[in-house]
Design a protein around this ligand. Sequence first.
Ligand code: ASP
Length: 330
Amino acid sequence: MMLRTLPARLLVLLLAATPAPTLAEESPMFAIAIHGGAGVISRSSMTPEAEKSYQEDLGKALDAGYSILESGGTSMDAAIAAVKILEDSPLFNAGRGAVFSAEGINELDAAVMDGQTLRAGAVAGLRHVRNPIELARLVMDRSPHVFLTGKGAEDFALENGMPLVPRSWFYTERRWQQLEQARRGERLSAADIGYYGTVGAVALDAAGNLAAATSTGGMTNKKWGRVGDAPLIGAGTYADNGSCAVSATGTGEFFIRGVISHEVSALMKYRGVDVAEAARTAIQGRLAAMGGDGGVIVVDREGNIAMEFNTEGMFRGARDARGKREIAIY
Ligand code: ASP
């Protein structure tokens, strides 16, 4: 029926009876940001084909996480789904395609944190777990602990029905060549894109909960069971519904000593600054002053996203319920 044909009084009644939707009903906010590592990534060191491959895999991870949020899923499920795709991509330094230790072995670290409950799970020194991020979640959900390492962590995986994979699963020729170069004492060239190349995701779901997930192979030629910042809660990974969710990448030793991810959260919580200023202060201020390189991705409870780095580039992407979708490298 055409509204024009209704008597004016009825039309007024009809309009008055329709409740005006509140902003929250109209559009629940949800958002996700991902990274695929920060480091020496200059335009001149990238072929158009390489750039396209990175963008494609980042896009797949971003959209997989986003579609979980869009259908009402949790931020934890979304962050893990995004990280799993990047772990399975040979392009990034996590899961398949991870860098080699001095012994010529891929040793993987990962962590997750839930901003609502402040529960967390972390693993380090894995050699046979295809998706370390899933084991980190299992540690959070099914163990009384937060952080498991090495063989113990893999025993826990088996006891919980997670199959192990042979070490050859993680091998890529490019990473092996990087190890050979490092062994010869050569500086890795700019063309060795993603020397750092850790992956991570942070998300806000429609219920207003935050989560963070980070996964890495660490640093080429690492020795003596070295563990970086990625699996250390507060250093490379942090989430708190009272502030934000953070995932970091870069020179791990500096992120550990600067407790950089928690620093971002603390700046928001105690100094009341917004997500962009907190990320900037932690990276361009504290981290840079210590001599560290890298970046963070951050999301807050309003779905505001910051992606801050002090390196030439950071593989990254962001998508939210307002319609933003962005993938960038430099
Ligand atoms: N932060 C990682 C580590 O130190 C490396 C990286 O982000 O690329 O293990």
